[in-house]
Design a binder for this molecule. Structure first.
Ligand code: ADP
Length: 305
């Protein structure tokens, strides 16, 4: 019996521009194409969790505008249950995404809008939802005090806690100590530990540093090299799956964390859950968009065989 997954995070409308390169200051260049779609790490992770078969709930704040309608429609279609307040005096978050047309790599500016005003009191208003979860997930796009309060409530209720420390920001040891698992990518692991993550050995050292600072386990995503699952008793590298040409890596980390949460909520072991997340993320990079690229349960199961 799968348990509830509660995700505290941010929705933003992604405005994605594909171009040969980024413009220099003062310069205007012509892009190859434009796409508008749902994004935000918290929302993407909730969509990834739900499409992977999880009972996903999102706690966040929106404005009362066109992009809020996009958020609610996105969650309805994906099967995510919103626990959301709407603030008419603010706006729904939006993001500028530059996509390199040759490599598919991206560079992003996020304006979180109403979700940027999430407070510990907003989180406490959802305490019952949080306490009834099997897995709680958050990131660092909303204010840190709200994330910390939610981690405290979840931890006190015995809920498994996952922090995807993105975008990178300094963290207190006390915050890491509230996390059963952290899921940084290579650059976020480096920002948190000061260890440049280039080799697998570097990743293992960074994971040890995160555990020494209080995290229960570190699951470091390594792009095309897959993921390193590292806790006090094991260090296992799971390769990415070769599904097809890489189209766009936006949301790859979110696909991983979302699907990983679904597998954990089903009671799977850490390594098995990471393999499931890795399969979902490997599919997501072969498609354009962030939320739109999240695979279904049937697609993930078919890849895992
Ligand atoms: P982020 O999107 O946070 O930067 P990563 O780049 O580490 O995260 O990617 C997250 C996951 O997405 C990886 O662990 C892997 O499973 C998958 N992935 C990323 N890039 C590729 C790729 N080029 N080929 C296959 N899978 C990939």
């Amino acid at each position: 019996m799968a348990g509830r997954i509660v995700i505290l995070g941010v929705f933003v409308a992604d405005t994605a521009y594909r171009a040969a390169r980024q413009p220099r200051m003062g310069e205007t260049i012509l892009g190859r194409s434009f796409a508008l779609g749902p994004g935000g790490k918290g929302s993407n992770q909730a969509v990834a969790a739900a499409r992977a078969g999880g009972d996903a709930h999102i706690v966040t704040k929106l404005g009362r505008d066109t992009f809020a309608e996009m958020a609610l429609a996105t969650w309805r279609e994906a099967g995510v249950t919103p626990a959301v307040t709407q603030d008419a005096g603010s706006y729904t978050g939006a993001a500028f995404i530059f996509v390199d047309e040759a490599s598919g790599d991206n560079a992003i500016i996020v304006a979180p809008g109403a979700a940027g005003t999430l407070t510990p009191a907003d989180v406490e208003a959802q305490a019952a939802l949080l306490e009834g979860a099997a897995v709680f997930v958050t990131q660092l796009e909303q204010p840190m005090p709200a994330a910390i309060r939610a981690l405290e409530i979840a931890r006190a209720a015995g809920v498994r806690t996952i922090l995807n420390p993105a975008p990178a920001a300094p963290l207190e040891d006390a915050t890491l100590a509230l996390c059963d698992m952290v899921t940084p990518n290579e650059s976020e692991a480096e920002a948190l530990t000061g260890i440049a993550v280039e080799t697998l050995e570097d990743a293992a050292r960074a994971a040890d540093a995160l555990i020494a600072r209080g995290a229960g386990a570190a699951v470091i995503t390594l792009g095309a090299r897959g993921v390193l699952v590292h806790d006090r008793s094991r260090s296992v590298q799971l390769p990415a799956f070769e599904v097809g040409p890489v189209v766009e890596t936006t949301g790859a980390g979110d696909a991983f964390t979302g699907a990983f949460s679904t597998a954990l909520a089903e009671g799977r072991d850490l390594v098995e859950a990471a393999r499931f997340g890795c399969a979902a993320a490997s599919i997501s990079v072969t498609r354009p968009g962030a939320a739109a690229s999240m695979p279904t349960r049937a697609e993930i199961d078919a890849l895992l065989g």
